[in-house]
Design a protein around this ligand. Sequence first.
Ligand code: 6MZ
Length: 358
Amino acid sequence: MFASVMENEADVFYRELPKVELHAHLNGSVSSQTIEKLIVRKPHLNIEHSMTAIGKGQRRTLDECFQVFKVIHQLVDTEEDILMVATDVIKEFAADGVKYLELRSTPREEKNTGLSKKGYVETIIKAIQQCKNEGEDIDVRFLVAIDRRNGTEVAMETVKLAEEFMLSSGGLVVGLDLSGDPTVGHGKDLLPALQRAKNCGLKLSLHLSELEESDLLLNLPPDRIGHGTFLHPEVGGSQSLVDKVVKNNIPLELCLTSNVKGQTVPSYSKHHFEYWYQLGHPSVICTDDKGVFCTDLSKEYQLAASTFGLSREAVWKLSQQAIDCIFAPDTVKQQLRQKWVDLQPQQQTCNDNVETSV
Ligand code: 6MZ
């Protein structure tokens, strides 16, 4: 009885903690409720919910994770689907206490339904505007994603599309993401596209995977790094990679549950969050794919706190420092900083440790 009261109190703390989400793939963030609605729309696909999510205690190879995205893509193939998925995802993040969200997604063309890449991005922008008009308490921006499996030409096309929307979306499109299966393709082939994006003012968030490629991509340098699971020497990276990240002060987007369930790190306690946090390097807790990995940002903060013994004051500071790493302009950072001040509990004690282990 006592334990459950304590647990609920902690849940409320993490839910109410104002949060910044910087690494969320749209189609990986679709909740089970929305998946149900999509399955009803497309019964002929014979997709079951177990095919779109990786539950508690389950592990998958990264390759299996990428198969899951393919199943979700089958379910989300019209503008109508994208509008529903994007509005649902935004509202779920808002309900979880996220005040600023950078969503990312790979524009897809679907010949069967007439979906174009331009229509794909326009629909996401429409969803963001709808949520704003409905008064959701969340500032949402968009990063156009390059799926590395699609090669050089598509990467360049995607950059041009992102550039176009950066200029026409009233500041909603702020950057570019490089993601997809890290075992496919090589970063050097994508460098011209990434360089162009950088030159035209798009911010860059890159998934970094293996050694040689990371070294090359870090020279750009990117504005943020997704995961960074292989950067430091203990996990097959190198001191020189770490030095480059530190020297350029490139923030990391760290996704604990995703990395454990996708087996790119062996366990929560061995997650590289600790390495970077100890260094005092900007590290932002993110969800990656909250639907696929059955999590939310509150749980991820709670997990980081219980695994690494962070006090509530430290957790608060961590969420506040994430504001420095957003891609929206300084005026937005100022507004968010004020929001954090307004929401800060009156008596925050320094040694108020987390009560629960997750
Ligand atoms: C690399 C990932 C990813 O773009 O259709 N994606 N890429 N590593 C990850 N960690 C597990 N999680 C998601 O969302 C799904 C796409 O996001 C990328 C993959 O390209 C995936 O197909 P969108 O909205």
